[in-house]
Design a protein around this ligand. Structure first.
Ligand code: SAM
Length: 275
């Protein structure tokens, strides 16, 4: 396969468009990722780098689709299992006890194809069940948002290949998934599906959602530089209730970056609490 011919100047213009519209930064070591995505796009569109660049500058839909194309959407059910144990054992008990309003809002920000959002819903459902609390008497909103429309389509469909469900505890698979096509795929059952809602949202801008109790924004900040990280964290902060919680990814930290969420230790790990 011939290597893509792209000048430094054109590559920088692609990186700039992606950065300005999504916050995702491609430079130095990960410039190769951008080159490879541009190369695939050129084949798909049968275009050349200059013509397509001009198209991106004027065609909003194409821009959205290109940004979708460069996002990294890796995710899995119960990714970093300890976070879900922490949610179940250390966060939900106090929160549910203190909520006279019986309203609970959880946001999976940068939810990709929905596995994180459904894992949250299953954890909440299980918590209510084992504590004999009537789920129907609560107003529970679990929202998943992403900038990738293709990922959101999969999230809404809630149909996953069998390899995706392999790490889910077998009891949950049986309880919350229906096998399709001889077990090649699994679809999330309606009782969990109806607990969640998915929407397009660019984290660089206000979410329009407020009074969030818990946000999961895991493995998203790593794609941004410090300026955008602060911008995104400010948006999350503004949407979060006082003393609300923020989960970030294993390899991410807010220390020295954003001190309005305080790192707080629990038995199963550290999460951030709004001050
Ligand atoms: C690696 S996935 C993380 C998925 C999930 N949170 C997890 O930890 O498994 C990162 C997601 O962030 C999304 N993303 C990147 N930039 C974004 C932005 N500006 N606004 C919203 N979502 C964004 C990507 O589309 C991608 O689906």
């Amino acid at each position: 396969m011939p290597a893509l011919e792209i000048s430094e100047d054109i590559l920088a213009q692609y990186a700039d468009i992606v950065y300005k519209n999504s916050g995702i930064i491609f430079k130095d070591s990960n410039a190769a990722v951008l080159i490879s995505r541009i190369s695939s796009k050129m084949k798909e569109k049968n275009s050349d780098v200059k013509t397509y660049l001009e198209q991106l500058k004027t065609d909003k839909n194409e821009l959205l689709s290109f940004i979708d194309f460069v996002t990294t959407n890796f995710t899995s059910f119960f990714r970093n299992q300890r976070h879900f144990e922490l949610l179940d054992e250390s966060i939900l008990p106090g929160l549910i006890n203190s909520k006279y309003s019986r309203q609970l809002k959880i946001w999976s920000a940068g939810c990709s194809t929905g596995e994180e959002t459904y894992s949250i819903a299953i954890t909440v459902k299980e918590f209510f069940e084992k504590n004999h609390i009537d789920l129907a008497s609560w107003d529970i909103k679990i929202m998943g948002s992403d900038i990738s429309l293709e990922s959101l389509f999969i999230a809404k469909e809630a149909k996953y290949p069998d390899r995706s469900v392999q790490k889910i505890p077998p009891a949950y698979i049986q309880k919350y998934f229906t096998p399709l096509e001889d077990g090649k795929y699994y679809i999330v059952k309606d009782e969990i599906k109806k607990m969640v809602k998915f929407d397009f949202h660019n984290l660089m801008y206000g979410s329009g959602i407020d009074a969030i109790d818990i946000t999961f924004c895991r493995n998203v900040l790593i794609y941004f530089d410090e300026d955008i990280q602060k911008k995104v964290l400010t948006q999350i902060y503004n949407s979060t209730n006082d003393n609300g919680f923020l989960f970030i990814g294993h390899s991410e930290s807010l220390v020295g970056l954003f001190d309005k969420f305080k790192p707080t230790s629990f038995e199963k790990g550290i999460i951030y609490v709004k001050q």
